[in-house]
Design a protein. Structure first.
Length: 257
């Protein structure tokens, strides 16, 4: 049986500091999973290991049963795993449209000389990329700002642009690192609806980090909880909300349950 995604006891150690200790997760196609925990729990480190930005000290990451633990970031992305970042990483001097178009570089059909001399293959590629990029902007509600520089967008729209750019790489697994950060309640509610609709339309599996508990509990099918790099709980939103270890990690004392 083809396993969609497996992280098997991945550990990340920096000198004497263990940032993440024996983290494991099995994802099924089409799931929407949350990863929560206090600040410094190791959540982004998990994302960095999955996407190749960090190489685990030990453990293995399997994608459709293939070991991708030591592949580069771009090769992992080409396999179908994309992400957004906790700290927005847009090309601030490029337009909104150009920010999405640049994500297609790994899927270009034309060769260097086609672009250099403006040959038909390059022009066809550019037309296709522009049209598809506009489709993603339409999906994310950003068509009206396509020609504006990304740095001029409000924070919430910059978050949406990051998602559009990730979608342009044609992922099957989409990792969202605090997608609702800095958003007001209305924007957060709209984002939850958007993520759910994108998951269905593009047949995505979504793994997200978020501190907004209402957002996570209302959106995710199951949730894993990290504290000091260790998994302390896993289950449905209802199970997580009533878990004494989770309550203690967030509030400091289980009696607050």
């Amino acid at each position: 049986m083809d396993n969609f995604f497996n992280a098997d006891n991945i550990t990340m150690q920096f000198g004497g500091l263990v940032a993440v200790n024996s983290f494991s997760i099995n994802m099924k196609k089409g799931e929407l999973i949350g990863l929560i925990g206090p600040n410094g729990a190791g959540k982004t480190t998990v994302f960095n290991m999955i996407t190749g930005a960090l190489k685990p000290t030990s453990g293995h990451i399997l994608w459709h049963d293939d070991d991708i633990t030591h592949l580069s970031v771009d090769r992992i992305n080409q396999r179908g795993i994309a992400r957004t970042f906790q700290n927005i990483r847009l090309f601030s001097n490029m337009s909104v449209l150009e920010n999405v178009m640049v994500s297609f570089h790994c899927r270009l059909h034309a060769h260097f000389w086609d672009a250099m001399f403006g040959l038909p293959a390059y022009r066809r590629d550019e037309k296709r990329i522009r049209e598809e990029s506009m489709e993603y902007l339409e999906e994310l509600g950003l068509v009206h700002v396509a020609s504006e520089t990304s740095s001029s967008l409000p924070y919430g729209l910059q978050r949406r642009l990051e998602i559009a750019r990730a979608l342009a790489t044609h992922p099957k697994l989409l990792l969202l690192d605090e997608p609702a950060a800095g958003m007001n309640p209305r924007e957060t509610s709209e984002l939850a609806e958007l993520i759910h609709s994108l998951k269905e339309k593009y047949a995505l599996t979504v793994f997200l980090i978020e501190h907004d508990m209402k957002f996570v509990m209302g959106l995710c099918q199951r949730i894993k909880v990290l504290d000091y790099g260790i998994t302390i709980a896993e289950g449905t939103p209802v199970e997580i909300q009533s878990n004494p270890s989770v309550i203690k990690a967030y509030l400091g004392d289980a009696k607050h349950a």
